[in-house]
Design a binder for this molecule. Structure first.
Ligand code: NI
Length: 220
């Protein structure tokens, strides 16, 4: 703690030290001394512990709080990491035969649902990457029906879809674990809506929770 922040920038309730790219000082302005020390430690040894705070209502369009609100607590990365095993175990319990089931004629099969989950995670992660790295040009929208018809997901085995979920999720975890502390509050436009990076992390976790809830209710 030899370097006290020379320049402090308020970021929606958090103060993030801007005095150098490697400065360890980032803390909630009302954090206890113990929490501040923990965060400084986290900056030095484990960036993933720096995921602080839930997104505020201005950090994503209202629609996306359908997903954000599915995630408890203020550490979306922990949820993203826990889901890897929980979701993969749950999905592995579904048979190849069952994975072709649709609960209504116009609804997606389970294979199409999981393909959609994987596609959407890639899209959300690319948005997070784009904004986190500092690009300012807006990203296009993602039409899930076009993606679904282009994927031909029923021709891919369920086991392959589940393996794809694991691989996509491992990539997402690495992206967020290695995220510089200052990047979480960066934002940009995608699909004509503004998102912060941390809102996208919550959306990734909540989108999976949302779809697995529908799978449990309607498909099994
Ligand atoms: Ni969806």
């Amino acid at each position: 703690m030899s370097c006290f922040p020379q320049r402090i920038k308020a970021q929606r309730g958090y103060y993030s030290c801007q005095c150098s790219g490697l400065c360890p000082h980032i803390f909630a302005f009302d954090a206890s001394p113990a929490r501040k020390a923990q965060l400084v430690w986290a900056k030095n040894y484990n960036r993933s512990d720096l995921m602080i705070g839930r997104p505020q209502s201005t950090e994503a369009a209202a629609y996306y709080f359908t997903y954000i609100d599915q995630v408890a607590g203020d550490d979306a990365l922990a949820t993203i990491e826990n889901q890897l095993q929980e979701a993969a175990t749950f999905l592995s319990g579904i048979s190849e035969e069952k994975s072709l089931h649709q609960y209504a004629p116009e609804k997606w099969s389970l294979r199409q649902v999981l393909n959609h989950v994987n596609d959407a995670e890639r899209i959300f992660a690319v948005r997070a990457l784009w904004f986190a790295r500092g690009f300012e040009s807006p990203l296009p929208s993602f039409d899930q029906e076009i993606a679904a018809s282009g994927a031909e997901a029923d021709n891919i085995s369920w086991a392959e879809h589940v393996e794809e979920f694991r691989r996509v999720r491992l990539s997402t975890i690495s992206l967020f674990r290695n995220m510089p502390a200052d990047a979480w509050m960066r934002s940009g436009i995608a699909s004509d809506k503004r998102f912060t990076v941390r809102a996208l992390a919550y959306i990734i976790a909540g989108h999976v929770t949302h779809h697995l809830g529908i799978v449990r209710e309607r498909y099994l």
